[in-house]
Ligand binder design. Structure first.
Ligand SMILES: C[S@@+](CC[C@H](N)C(=O)[O-])C[C@H]1O[C@@H](n2cnc3c(N)ncnc32)[C@H](O)[C@@H]1O
Length: 198
């Protein structure tokens, strides 16, 4: 499926069910690359992607990650799951499930969590559970990356991940803010060390 067809499928599904998808167009290649910049793909990584859509970011991750890395993705929209199931790569595991399913992941499993979930349309309670589940599933140190179309989520993210950095991608429709967070389990950090962003 070409990038153009993927955009058409994304927009069609978003028109039918905006509350599920949360954005009328799939991420641009500029946004995908900016999301992933700063991740050290020379290492073998275990990656979790949330809200993979039709796999526009997934493809970029697969392109950059090492042969022994693995990526697990959550997507619960049937049309997108169908598209994702056509990706033929043994490093990829697809969970056709709501993101709340990550509560069953083993603790400290992932080096990086990449999310394009539409946080702005989720309830406070649901987001609270997602952030707790992400913290639980991340290794320490680990990286959490999330994009949104506004800065409204900053306060909530900063509360959960106290060293949240923001980048901006103009070349996307609509332009997007990328939140990049370094997670460290408080219990494991010597008292004298402060949080640092990679
Ligand atoms: C803004 S789209 C992003 C799609 C794609 N990753 C991209 O960047 O173009 C958000 C995606 O999150 C998915 N999503 C929304 N709620 C979800 C949930 N509770 N569990 C899993 N996926 C969800 C939607 O189906 C949609 O594919």
């Amino acid at each position: 499926m070409t990038a153009f067809v993927k955009q058409v499928v994304h927009t069609r599904e978003a028109i039918k069910n905006f509350r599920q998808i949360g954005g009328f167009s799939a991420s641009s290649r500029f946004l995908c690359r900016k999301m992933l910049s700063g991740i050290d793909f020379s290492k073998d990584l275990t990656i979790l992607e949330l809200g993979a859509g039709n796999g526009i970011i997934t493809h970029e991750i697969l392109k950059q990650m090492s042969r022994d890395s693995e990526i697990h993705i959550y997507e619960n929209h049937p049309s997108f799951v169908e598209v994702l199931q056509n990706i033929n790569d043994s490093r990829l595991t697809i969970k056709d499930d709501c993101v709340s399913g990550i509560s069953s992941c083993d603790p400290s499993t992932f080096d990086v969590v990449i999310s394009s979930l539409p946080m702005a349309i989720f309830t406070k309670h649901f987001k609270h559970d997602i952030y707790n589940n992400i913290k639980n599933s991340l290794k320490s140190p680990g990286t959490f990356i999330q994009y949104q179309y506004s800065l409204l989520e900053y306060k909530e993210l900063e509360k959960n991940f106290p060293n949240c950095k923001i980048e901006f991608c103009l070349f996307n429709f609509p332009p997007a803010f990328i939140y990049k967070m370094q997670y460290e389990d408080d219990a494991l950090i010597p008292r004298c060390r402060r949080f640092r962003v990679a």
